[in-house]
Design a protein around this ligand. Structure first.
Ligand SMILES: Nc1ncnc2c1ncn2[C@@H]1O[C@H](COP(=O)(O)OP(=O)(O)OP(=O)(O)O)[C@@H](O)[C@H]1O
Length: 334
C-alpha cells in the first residue's frame, strides 16, 4: 500500500520572492490527490519540496518518519527511492530509445540482470499502452506518447508515492481523458499514494479522492474532493468555472479597483454539478483506496462545510444504490 505523506507548516521562498507560506496537508496513503492553482503559484516547487530536491526554509515533510526537509541527506536519498516522478515533458533522454529510457532507473539504482530488467520494462510499457513503440526515440513519437513513456519510467522501481506534474499539458481532450483513466487504473493496480499537479478541470473533476488549491502564497484548501468542488471561495469558484471574473488575474492577482468594478457586473455562476469519479477499467481490481477513503471521510464529515457534507452523503448513497442494482436477484443462482 502507498505511504502517507504529512506536510507541516512548509514555507518556501527564492531570495525575496515568497512562493508559499505555512502549507500543511496530509496525502492519505494510497489515495489520489490533485493540487490545482493558477500558473506560477508554486505547484512544481511544492512537488520538488516533497522529494527533498528543493529546501523550504520552514516546516517538515514526513514520510515513514523521515523528514524530507531536515533529515540527513542519506536518509532523504533512501526515501526518495519510494517515489516515482512524472515530469511535465516526460524528461526523456533524446538519444535513447523508449526502452532504454524506461530501463534507466533500473540500470542506475538496482543490480538486476538484463533479463529481469527487460521483463519489468515491457510490463510497464504494456501498462501505459506503448507496446510496439519501445524501439523508437522520443523525437519520433507524439507528446502524449512521451508522457506515457515518462509515466512508465516513473513506475519501474515500484513506487509507493507517485508525483505527476501536469500530465495533461500539451494534450488534446481525448488524450487527456486517456491519461485520466490511466492514472485511476494505475492507482487500482499499485495502490500507491498519488499527487497530480494540474490546471485541467476534467482531471480535477473526475480523478482525485482529494483536492487542494494553491493561490496567493497559501494553500486555499485541501481535503476530500467534495470540499473544493462545492466551495464558494471566490478563487476556487472562479478557477473551477474557468471564468475571467474573480480574484485571479492574468498576472495572478487582480487589483482592488478591477475587482470592485467586476462585482457590480457579475453574472451568477451556474450551479456546479459533481460528476462521478472514474472507475478502474473493466478487468482491473477495484481501488483499495475507496473503502479506506470512505471510512476516513465519514470519520471527519461533521467537521466539513454543509455543502461538502451533503455532496459526500449523496455520492455514497448513489454508490450504495448502484451496488444494490448490480447484485444478482436473490434465488437467481447467479
Ligand atoms: N530554482 C528556482 N529558483 C528561483 N525561482 C524559482 C525556481 N524554481 C521556481 N522558481 C519560481 O517559483 C515560482 C513558482 O514556480 P512553479 O514552476 O512552481 O509554478 P507552477 O505553479 O508549477 O506554474 P505552472 O502551472 O505555470 O507550471 C515561479 O515564479 C518561478 O519562477
Amino acid at each position: 500500500m502507498g505511504i502517507e505523506v504529512v506536510v507541516e507548516g512548509l514555507t518556501k521562498s527564492f531570495g525575496k520572492q515568497s512562493i508559499w507560506r505555512d502549507v500543511s496537508l496530509t496525502l492519505p496513503a494510497g489515495e489520489v490527490s490533485v493540487m490545482l492553482g493558477p500558473s506560477g503559484t508554486g505547484k512544481t516547487v511544492f512537488l520538488k519540496s516533497l522529494i527533498g530536491l528543493l529546501k523550504p526554509e520552514k516546516g517538515r515533510v514526513l514520510i515513514n518518519g523521515v523528514d524530507m526537509v531536515n533529515s540527513p541527506e542519506k536518509d532523504i536519498y533512501e526515501t526518495r527511492k519510494l517515489f516515482g516522478l512524472m515530469f511535465q515533458d516526460g524528461a526523456l533522454f533524446g538519444s535513447m530509445s523508449l526502452f532504454d529510457n524506461i530501463a534507466f532507473p533500473l540500470r542506475e539504482h538496482t543490480r538486476k540482470k538484463e533479463s529481469e530488467i527487460r521483463r519489468i520494462v515491457m510490463e510497464r510499457i504494456e501498462v501505459v499502452g506503448l507496446l510496439g513503440a519501445e524501439g523508437k526515440l522520443p523525437g519520433e513519437i507524439s507528446g502524449g506518447m512521451r508522457k506515457r513513456a515518462g509515466l512508465a519510467r516513473a513506475l519501474v522501481l515500484d513506487p509507493q508515492i507517485i508525483l505527476c506534474d501536469e500530465p495533461d499539458s500539451g494534450l488534446d481532450p481525448v488524450r487527456t481523458a486517456y491519461i485520466s483513466q490511466l492514472l485511476i487504473d494505475l492507482n487500482a493496480q499499485l495502490d500507491a499514494t498519488m499527487l497530480i499537479v494540474t490546471h485541467n478541470l476534467d482531471i480535477a473533476a473526475t480523478v482525485p479522492d482529494n483536492m487542494g488549491m494553491l493561490f496567493l502564497r497559501r494553500l486555499v484548501t485541501f481535503g476530500p474532493r467534495e470540499v473544493l468542488l462545492t466551495s464558494d471561495e471566490p478563487v476556487v469558484a472562479q478557477f473551477l468555472g474557468g471564468r475571467r471574473e474573480g480574484p485571479i488575474g492574468m498576472s495572478e492577482e487582480k487589483d482592488a479597483a478591477t475587482l470592485a468594478a467586476e462585482a457590480g457586473a457579475l453574472v451568477p455562476a451556474a450551479p456546479r454539478v459533481i460528476v462521478p469519479q472514474l472507475e478502474p477499467s473493466p478487468g482491473l481490481p477495484p481501488r483499495q483506496a475507496v473503502t479506506r477513503r470512505r471510512q476516513r471521510v465519514m470519520g471527519m464529515i461533521d467537521s466539513l462545510p454543509p455543502a461538502a457534507r451533503s455532496a459526500i452523503r449523496d455520492t455514497y448513497a448513489k454508490n450504495a444504490r448502484a451496488a444494490t442494482l448490480t447484485m444478482p436477484p436473490a434465488g437467481s443462482g447467479a
